[in-house]
Design a protein around this ligand. Sequence first.
Ligand code: 2HG
Ligand code: ZN
Length: 563
Amino acid sequence: MAPIHRCLPVARRLRLSNTAFQQAARLRPASLSQQLPQQIRWQTTEAQATTSASGVDHAPQSQPDRSQKDIKYSADSYGIQRDSRFKKLSAEDVKFFKDLLGSESAVIDGLTQDATDDLEGFNADWMKKYRGQAKLVVKPQTTEQVSKIMKYCNDNLLAVNPQGGNTGLVGGSVPVFDEIVLNLGRMNKIRSFDDVSGILVADAGVVLEAADSYLAERGHIFPLDLGAKGSCHIGGNIATNAGGLRLLRYGSLHGTVLGLEAVLPDGTIMDDLSKLRKNNTGYDIKQLFIGGEGTIGVVTGVSIHCPQRSPAVNVAYLGLPSYEHVQKAFREAKGQLSEILSAFELMDTESQQLYVRATGKSLPLADEHPFYCLIETSGSNPDHDSEKLTAFLEHVMAEEIVADGVVAENETQAQNLWACREGVSEASQHFGGVYKYDLSIPLPDLYQLVDDCRARMRELDLISIDDESKPILDVVGYGHMGDSNLHLNVATRRYDKEVEKALEPWVYEWVQKRQGSISAEHGLGLAKKAFVGYSRSETMIKLMKQMKAFFDPNGIMNPYKYI
Ligand SMILES: O=C(O)CC[C@@H](O)C(=O)O
Ligand SMILES: [Zn+2]
C-alpha cells in the first residue's frame, strides 16, 4: 500500500485559493492536471484475486476462529425440511457422472469416499452463514455435458444447485440439503470478441476479473465491476443480476447482456446467444434468466456489450458533514461531471471506522467526517476531465457542501481510495457475523434507515462497540448512492437469533413503507425467500411461480430458495 498522504489534500489547497477559479487553477492539484494511468483500478492484487472481496487481507483484531464445520446447517437455521420427492444420490448415479465427465478432477465424490474437506468450500459461503450437505460436486467443461447432467438429474429427480464463484450474499449459491452442486468453474473460455462492436461472447465460468483483463488488453471494459471480481463468475453475475460499482455509468445487465446460452432443467440447450443490440422479435426470454438465481436453468454462455475503456480515470474521496450534504454533492456531480461520472459511492463514518478496525489501515483524511463519498470519473480526454473535476471540487468546497477531500495522483492511490469503499463488505463480517441488507430506497429517505436501525438496536440494548457481551458491534451504512442502493450491514460478534428477530421483518417493513425494494442487487436466495411479499404483489409472485413451473415442472433447480 502506498502511503495515502501522498494524495493531495484538495480541501486545504482550494481553501488557500479563496475559491477564485484563476487562483485555484494555479494551485490545481497535480493529479487533476495529469493523465492517470490507464486501467487505474481494474488491476487487482493477487491478494484480492484469492479472497472474495478486496481490502481486508490481514487481521489486526482477532477474528473468531470458526471452521466451516462449526457453521450451522442452513436446513436447521432456517427450519427447512428435505423435499421427499427428490431421490437420494446412489453409487450408480455417481458412476454416471464420473463416466460422463471422464476426469477425476471433474467430480468430487463424497458419497462413495470421504471427501468432506474437499466438499467444504462448495457447501458453505464466505460469510460462514450458510451450509449445505451436498455429497457430490460435478464440474462440466462443455455445454453438452451440462445438458447431459441436467437431463439425467431431471429423469431421476435429483436436485441441482448451480454454482459460480460462490461469492453471493444471500445463500443462493450454497446447497441446503444434498443437492448436486453443478459448478461452472471449468467452463472458462472466451469464445469471441469483436473490437468494433465491443461484443464479447464467453463461457459462464469465466472469472469477472479475467474477462475484464482480457478486455483491457483490447481497449474495452466489462460493464460490471464488484469487490468479488477476483472470484465471481460472469455466469453467476448474470444469474444474480449483479449491480456493482459501475451501474450508474453502464447500466444493468438487463441492458448490456445481448444473448444467453442456458441449459433448461430437462437438458434442452437454449441457444439465444444473439450478438445484436436490437432484436425486437417477441418475448425477450433471456431476461428471465438474468436474476433468475438458477431456478429455471443454468446459464452456460453469455454475449455482452462491452464499452470502450476510458483512458483517463480520476478518483476522489471526500468528507461531508451530513447526508443532506451528500445529496447536494450528488446533484452537483451529476450536473457538473455528467457524462464522465462513473461512480458515486456513499460511506458513513461507522463503515469507515469498521474498515479501519478490521484492516488496521488508516483513512485518507486525517479528520473524521460523518459521511464520505467516493467519486470516480472516466473519460477519453484527461485535460477535459481534469478541468471538469477541478471546477466541481472548487464549487462543492466553496459552497461548503464538502468539508475535505483527496484526489488520487496515481493508480496505487486510486486503488487505496477504492479499498476504503470496497473493503467494508468484508470488514463487516470480520468480527464474527453480519446481517446484510441490500435495499433500494428513494434517495431522500435512504440514510434514515441506518439511523433508525441504530436507534432500535440501542433501545433493545443489543449494541456496543466495546462491550463484548452485546451481540452487535455496530450498524453501518454504505452503498451505491448513484443507484439509490443502500447496504445496511449489522456487524455482530456472532450469529444470533435475537438480533435477527430484532431486524426482520422490521427492516423489510421499513422499506415497504417507502416503496423500496428488499433486494436491490444481491437477489433473494435463501435469506430473503420468506420476504419477497414486501416488494412484490401477490399477482407478481403467482406469475413467478407459474413461470418456474413451466421451466422446471419437477422443481429440481436450486430448490428451497426464493421461489
Ligand atoms: O456486503 C454488502 O452488503 C455489499 C456488497 C457489495 O454489493 C458492495 O457494494 O460492496
Ligand atoms: Zn453493492
